[in-house]
Design a protein around this ligand. Structure first.
Ligand code: TRP
Length: 452
């Protein structure tokens, strides 16, 4: 009895911690704008299909590698096979590319929270507010500095446990609020039903390779896959915990929050743009343009808006802290330096990469690489390039070097593995072939060689 109970609470703790790392701006900010841009229902369908196949298999593989070796990603691959040491290192560096621009977006959320609280809610609901705001030089930089600064302080003093506790209570509130805002918009604002249909009914004529490319990048990003995070989490769990069930729960939670965020934002875009489809293709600004309008239209919207943005700040902070913590501990181990020194180096690098990401909308908007300004470029490099490459190598490694059986043995130490046939087939054949095809087409299109 005793040991059963403790392993149960151990599992809940693990699932919540992994879900806390996974749920962040990726779900609330990134998923809705991608879904809106890439065809709504068809994107949702492709995303869910990829999630139960690729996402599931990769998540199981990563957690099992972590638990088997008891090591974080940097050394786990090398421990299993020397030739693959580099993959672990490269995977662990992906967070360094994500953290700076993640913090720029985090800064935007801080600004919107401050704006709602200080009474500029109606100004923020205008069409041009967001564009004007990110077009400024100084102010977005200050909010970015505040966001990355708070993240660094938490990591420096190692008080993330406190923040995590708070966010575990806040997370259900965030989910409830998202649902409430979605239902409110759908049932009270004219024209929102059109958006619900766009979001839920797949239109196959909108399908393109880009739908799959972006859905797959989003899947990795949102579930913190292909960057070593789940390996590290896996290294902390006990043998009696079911990896299969945990992976499924993390996925359901993460995809559920993303789904609700889309339901909150996409119908609102329809309603407020009068069904103008070009409003859907706005990209990163979508949430910031649409939500203030929803709050403006809602009785008590200022209070709800303030609470909402506050929750998003917390979700973003728990993710940015976990991103930074990952890099800081790698630098500590690799360069044999202390937490403090490592923290300052990572902070310095983040500022160095974050400033151009922020200025890409103002001072340096003319400066583009492969047609992308800096924020989009970092996003592209990590999500569309490095993560698919790492995922591909992980699949080949697990499928042909380590063999699926090694993972299955780890998963079945104390539990059943119901989907093991699916797992083996996906990790060996389906995933590597698809990822490679997708990767090649996204590289060719980035260089303008093919148009997809
Ligand atoms: N998954 C997080 C989100 O959806 C973002 C993220 C990517 C992340 N990589 C991470 C969070 C690593 C923590 C650790 O917002």
């Amino acid at each position: 009895m005793e040991s059963k109970r403790s392993s149960f609470s151990g599992k809940i703790g693990f699932v919540l911690a992994a879900a806390g790392s996974a749920v962040g701006l990726g779900n609330i900010w990134r998923f809705p704008y991608l879904a809106a841009k890439y065809g709504g229902g068809i994107f949702l369908l492709v995303y869910v299909a990829l999630s139960v196949t690729f996402g599931f298999s990769l998540m199981v593989a990563e957690i099992a590698i972590g638990r088997k070796t008891g090591k974080s990603a940097v050394t786990a691959f090398g421990e299993l096979d020397k030739r693959f040491s580099l993959v672990g290192l490269v995977a662990s560096l992906v967070p360094m590319l994500i953290l700076p621009y993640y913090s720029v977006i985090g800064g935007w959320v801080l600004k919107y929270f401050a704006g709602v609280v200080s009474g500029s809610a109606s100004a923020m609901a205008s069409d041009t507010y967001f564009g004007d705001y990110i077009g400024k030089v100084g102010e977005p930089l200050l909010w970015f500095a505040l966001f990355i600064g708070v993240t660094a302080i938490v990591v420096l003093f190692g008080v993330e446990k406190g923040i995590e506790k708070v966010s575990k209570i806040m997370m259900p509130v965030l989910v409830a609020l998202t649902l409430f805002i979605a239902l409110y918009t759908i049932f009270t604002v004219d024209g929102a039903w059109e958006g619900v249909k766009y979001y839920l009914l797949p239109d196959f004529s909108k399908f393109s390779i880009m739908t799959v490319v972006s859905a797959m990048g989003q899947l990795f990003y949102s579930m913190s896959l292909a960057m070593g995070i789940m390996i590290t989490y896996g290294s902390y769990i006990k043998k009696e915990i079911s990896i299969e069930k945990s992976a499924k729960q993390i996925e359901i939670f993460d995809t559920g929050v993303a789904f609700l965020a889309g339901l909150m934002i996409i119908p609102a875009v329809f309603a407020f743009s009068g069904g103008d489809e070009s409003a859907l293709a706005q990209g990163p600004g979508l949430m910031f343009v649409t939500l203030p309008k929803v709050f403006e239209a809602m009785p008590g919207g200022t209070v709800i808006g303030a609470i909402f943005f506050f929750m998003v700040i917390l979700a973003a902070l728990t993710s940015s802290i976990s991103l930074m913590e990952t890099i800081v501990s790698i630098f500590m181990d690799k360069f044999k330096i202390g937490r403090r020194a490592s923290c300052f180096i990572v902070l310095g690098l983040s500022v160095l990469l974050g400033v151009p990401s922020s200025l890409g909308y103002s001072l340096w908007s003319e400066f583009k690489i492969m047609g992308m300004q800096m924020l989009d470029l970092f996003d592209f490099l990590s999500n569309s390039l490095m993560m698919p490459i790492i995922a591909f190598i992980t699949c080949v490694f697990v499928g042909f070097v380590l063999k699926p059986k090694t993972i299955i043995d780890e998963v079945t130490i104390d539990n059943k593995f119901k989907w093991q046939k699916l797992f083996s087939a996906v990790i060996r054949y389906v995933a590597p072939v698809c990822i490679l095809a997708i990767l090649v087409s996204s590289i060719l299109s980035a260089f303008g060689i093919i148009k997809i």
